[in-house]
Design a protein around this ligand. Structure first.
Ligand code: DC
Length: 233
């Protein structure tokens, strides 16, 4: 049987990482893990408990309650997609709201939150055959991943993409707010002390500003097949 690999996909917000990671996992018969969904779930928990809002963040209260937060993924039998379950409740839709996006970078900067989620992510990848996307997958979670990709696109292209997605979901947002959120998250994610977003050693950069989804997928699928072939020869 052919040996499986770990594929780490990192990059800026709204670069389409999860779309391509999900397609890649499906085509290879691998498991897909959206680590952003895990940070978003912790953020939603903190919001529900009143630990965080636009004007305050009780970091200590969140740190103390970390043992009470259980996150897992469950495949939705209707669409075949893995959805995130927070303490037994499916929160897949809620975690994508703009109010969660506005606060998630602050929660993701907390070292104890990262420690807990990174440990869980490393366990998920212990049997390989996984495509994981996030900000620190190739640098911290799986520094020895056989294939690392770093996805990027202009802030304008990413905000346009995100804006359309949110409108399709019925959210009342303005393009300016979405662009502000994208730029702000880029800044917090790449300047935080613990595991800042940066290109991992040996990562291949994919700038998809001018690529269609199909072109991008074909390109990445070819790279993945080459990486799998390499460890099987
Ligand atoms: O991929 P996303 O936009 O759903 O991620 C939400 C936030 O979570 C993002 O702003 C940064 C954080 N994140 C992180 O710090 N590390 C990861 N591995 C994944 C996401």
């Amino acid at each position: 049987m052919s040996k499986k690999i770990i594929i780490a996909i990192d990059g800026y917000s709204s670069t389409g990482k999860s779309t391509v990671a999900r397609q890649l996992a499906k085509s290879l018969g691998y498991i897909y893990v959206d680590t952003g969904a895990m940070y978003r779930s912790v953020t939603l928990y903190a919001m529900q408990k009143g630990y965080i809002d636009q004007s305050h963040f009780d970091k200590e209260a969140l740190e103390k309650s970390l043992p009470l937060i259980r996150i897992r993924f469950e495949v939705n039998p209707v669409n075949g997609l893995a959805e995130v379950i927070l303490n037994g409740v499916n929160v897949e839709k809620e975690i994508r709201r703009l109010d969660v996006s506005r606060l998630v970078s602050l929660v993701a900067a907390v070292s104890l939150v990262r420690k807990k989620l990174v440990e869980q992510q490393q366990l998920m990848g212990s049997d390989k055959g996984i495509v994981m996307d996030g900000r620190d997958i190739g640098t911290v979670v799986f520094p020895d991943a056989e294939l690392k990709l770093f996805m990027t696109a202009t802030a304008k292209d990413r905000a346009e993409r995100r804006y359309k997605e949110l409108l399709d979901r019925g959210e009342q947002v303005t393009y300016e707010d979405v662009l502000k959120n994208v730029v702000n998250r880029d800044h917090i994610d790449s300047t935080r002390k613990d595991s800042p977003l940066k290109k991992a050693k040996k990562a291949i950069t994919i700038d998809n500003s001018n690529l269609t989804l199909i072109e991008q997928f074909d390109h990445i699928f070819t790279i993945a097949q080459q990486a799998i072939k390499k460890i099987n020869t």
